[in-house]
Design a protein around this ligand. Sequence first.
Ligand code: ZN
Length: 340
Amino acid sequence: MLFPTTIAGSLPKPEWLAEPNTLWAPWKSKGDELARAKRDATMLAIKLQEDAGLDIVTEGEQARQHFVHGFLENIEGIDFAHKVEMGIRKDRYKAMVPQVVAPLRLKGRVHADEARIARTHTARKLKFTLPGPMTIIDTIADRYYGDRVKMAFAFAELLNQEAKALEADGVDVIQFDEPAFNVYMDEVGDWGIKALERAAEGLTCTTAVHICYGYGIKANTDWKQTLGNEWRQYEDIFPAIDDSPIQQVAMECRNSKVPLELLSLLKGKVVQAGVIDVASDTVETAEDVVKVIDAVSKFVPKSNIVATTNCGMAPMRREIAEAKLMALGAGAKLARQRLG
Ligand code: ZN
């Protein structure tokens, strides 16, 4: 089947789980009650994706407060009690971040609960997202390693342990999110891809990397204004990604200033093409989705195109995110008829 559908990863959380329409939203309950709320929200996220006709579903990242820090919470060597302010993505925005204060080690499984809940409640293919090593080290303060690369590889090793366990839980696709890849282009070639490969080492399931220009929050939309009319950052990093064994690349294509011709640098990859804009509340039509898929197909063989959202939908309003899911499913279906 052409143009299977998926989402970048996250969906908005119901207001009974966490504060709506915000990133880093505080939970509404704690202990067992919170665990039950996360479980219910995970099942709901899957149901919404199934009903929209999506083929490769995720747990909607309902059980994590943030896509990076969700992974960090079960790691020894991180001090969450004393957060410090840090500039993120070359000072694009400031955030209060935890600090690495000792050698890093997994205390146990990180995402076992939500992966198993998701696996139990859907027969569809299941994708699970993890933050990539470069993005992690750009979102945490270092008071121990004293070396970005060394710390990145320490995280890569832990990611690899969790990724292998997720694969054993029945996850079909593991996607590493690397929004830092278009900010530190030199480092991507020097060590970013290598760290990613370390994180994916030995996996037999499908592997993917999601690169992107960020959620539709103000700091990101302001930054995008400074990038000019054409965003060519990926020209520098696609050859290195193409050489890597990572199988899929997820990238925004709808309302994007990334020239789609850059996709022809990814000859051997399946492209998860973002056909739904998450920085706008305007809900796409099925026709809009077909147009983007058609444009992408000029540079990527149709059999290598997966239709997805540009980025996570965590900070969106729920009814808009749900309408966009339906548009994604309907649009891919229409594209199969028109372009198949
Ligand atoms: Zn993204």
